[in-house]
Write a protein that binds this ligand. Sequence first.
Ligand SMILES: *[C@@H]1O[C@H](CO)[C@@H](O)[C@H](O)[C@H]1NC(C)=O
Ligand SMILES: *[C@@H]1O[C@H](CO)[C@@H](O)[C@H](O)[C@H]1NC(C)=O
Ligand SMILES: *[C@@H]1O[C@H](CO)[C@@H](O)[C@H](O)[C@H]1NC(C)=O
Length: 413
Amino acid sequence: MMHAALSIWILSAVICVGRGHHHLGHGTDNDQPDQDTALDGAPSSLSRVTSANQEFAYRLYRRLAALPDSRDKNIFFSPASVSVALAALSVGARGETHRQLFSGLGFNNTLLTQTDVDQAFQMLHGRANEDTSKGTAVFMDNRFKPRHEFLDTLKQSYFAEGFSVDFTKTQESVNAINTYVGEKTNGKIDKLVSDLDPSTVMYLISYIYFKGKWETPFNPELTKQDMFMVDESTKVPVQMMNKEKRFDTYYDQAVNTSVLHMPFNSSYSMLLLLPDDMAQLESVICPGHVTKWLKWMKSRTYNLYVPKFSIKTSYSLSNVLSEMGMTDMFGDRADLSGIAEGQKLAVSEVVHQATLDVDEAGATAAAATGIGITLLSFRHVPVLKFNRPFMVIITERGTEKMLFMGKIINPNI
Ligand SMILES: *[C@@H]1O[C@H](CO)[C@@H](O)[C@H](O)[C@H]1NC(C)=O
Ligand SMILES: *[C@@H]1O[C@H](CO)[C@@H](O)[C@H](O)[C@H]1NC(C)=O
Ligand SMILES: *[C@@H]1O[C@H](CO)[C@@H](O)[C@H](O)[C@H]1NC(C)=O
């Protein structure tokens, strides 16, 4: 009884608050244990960055779900890959451009410095192994001279690999970047970049690859064709996997959603959420929900059906990020002077691609983010001002007949 009462209380305590705040209502215990908390009880930089990254994931999700052509489309992306790429970019941003990146990522600049963020990402990077890999890379034009401090921070905190290319050879550079990302994602993302602005001087990449085997796999012999209800009037055939077993689940009455926990191993899991009303769940879901679900899951036997599928997504994030307040980096107002001295740089594009394959044995997910950085002086608009004596001719274009001709020395007389 005690337990039930407590769980209802927790249920009402999940409220989504703005970025930079604790993500559960006051009074609830934090699932992130004390190791992340400094002695005085204030959250450490690491836990501030971690919770900002979580909030960012949901904000970005809602933006992607609100895109004009997204109504009937799958959404799949790696918040971790996007955050790392933008945090690495913010190392080289200054002034208002930096402020916008920081606040867009959910970092409160009265509580966190860029160095705190860099160190947090360094700690979050973890170790790579054969089944999961993540990292960043910088492709630089061989005539471009970035600041040493910028590259040092990228190498040290973001584990960036550096490559020199000739960006005037656009196709070769595109191939170099795509080959690199293809290798890092085991061929899952092999065409991140389709073309490059010829004034590109730097291209920043972050990639992530994950391959996990279900703790208990599905039996392929039980996989049967079945129908998937896209909406009330559309059904599509799918290969439906089946398994009867004990699973950890939770039914969240506040959002009318069934939650299924499918573990890969002790460190990685997939959560599958089946809402009554997708739009409702999408509009409210926040980090507090996942915390609550993982905490209050109950094990019971289910006859489970999950489709086998492979999806691929591709996004241009420039507009989405602008709408999230990160506007200046894209235009004349960009201040990326931390990347290189004395050159006017701006971000030309932010692209993101992701894949997800789910089958009887497990799941494979991959994603990559690319940020193109161009030299703005190429786009400099020259000024032509007639503020001293000039000549004037009026001619008939076809015959070049000189209808009038003159010289203006003083327009006032
Ligand atoms: C940033 O933190 C300060 C100090 O805790 C707080 O007063 C301020 O409201 C926070 N800003 C945002 C945008 O959350
Ligand atoms: C869990 O699985 C992931 C993905 O396959 C792997 O990278 C990781 O090392 C595994 N962790 C443990 C504790 O087995
Ligand atoms: C959940 O479903 C019940 C029963 O269908 C409905 O009355 C209730 O309004 C739903 N709750 C939400 C938050 O949509």
